[in-house]
Design a protein. Structure first.
Length: 212
């Protein structure tokens, strides 16, 4: 399997011409990063095809995130992702079939080190009001934060096929009303358009090493 062959929704596929432009190497996990982010939760049907090994475990809940990496092992970049919650014991686990960034180095790192199907996209605007466009799709996010800034410390677990990897965030966040509008072959019916409950957060994040 090549880096372009990872399981994903159509919006996160990597064309061969872009795959050919990826760097040959990026720093391995863990990645320590400084971030700002908008995160939201919503109910949504699973877009995973019946042949996906995660389809039977998918629940009707997703976590969406728009992340500004102020620094990372591959430099600053921006990212949008949606993770489908999976059935399982213990802390919630997400499977990420859609993720896009504006950095070829990040595309390589995500695909090579975590099996994250990162695509390439264009980001317009700054957090918390940003529109992301890719090949035949778009995601617009606008967040209005309210209330006090509270500490946030906790793990986020993802499973892409190598086992469960853990990302840890230490920072602060404010509750937010998040307006989301998504278009695309899968995104239109998966995320749709509407007002969600979420957070506007910032802090340090460590993206952990997946199982060997």
């Amino acid at each position: 399997m090549t880096l372009a062959d990872l399981l994903s929704v159509p919006e996160s596929r990597l064309p061969a011409e872009l795959a050919a432009q990826l760097p040959a190497w990026t720093p391995p996990a863990p990645w320590a990063c400084r971030v700002r982010a908008v995160l939201w939760l919503q109910r949504a049907p699973s877009p995973l095809p019946a042949g996906s090994p995660f389809a039977a475990r998918a629940r009707g809940q997703v976590l969406g995130a728009l992340v500004d990496y102020l620094d990372s092992p591959v430099g600053p970049y921006r990212e949008v992702l949606v993770g489908q919650r999976l059935h399982g014991l213990g802390l919630p686990v997400l499977h990420v079939p859609f993720i896009a960034v504006d950095s070829l180095a990040s595309v390589h790192g995500g695909r090579a080190h975590w099996d994250l199907p990162k695509a390439v996209a264009t980001f317009r605007g700054d957090l918390p009001d940003t529109t992301v466009t890719g090949d035949g799709w778009s995601v617009s996010v606008r967040a209005s934060a309210r209330g006090p800034r509270l500490p946030v410390v906790g793990p986020l677990r993802t499973e892409q096929g190598r086992g469960v990897a853990t990302t840890r965030l230490h920072g602060t966040a404010r509750l937010a009303r998040v307006e989301v509008s998504a278009t695309g072959p899968t995104l239109s019916g998966w995320l749709g358009t509407g007002r969600r409950t979420g957070l506007v957060a910032e802090g340090r994040m460590v993206v952990g090493r997946p199982p060997e």
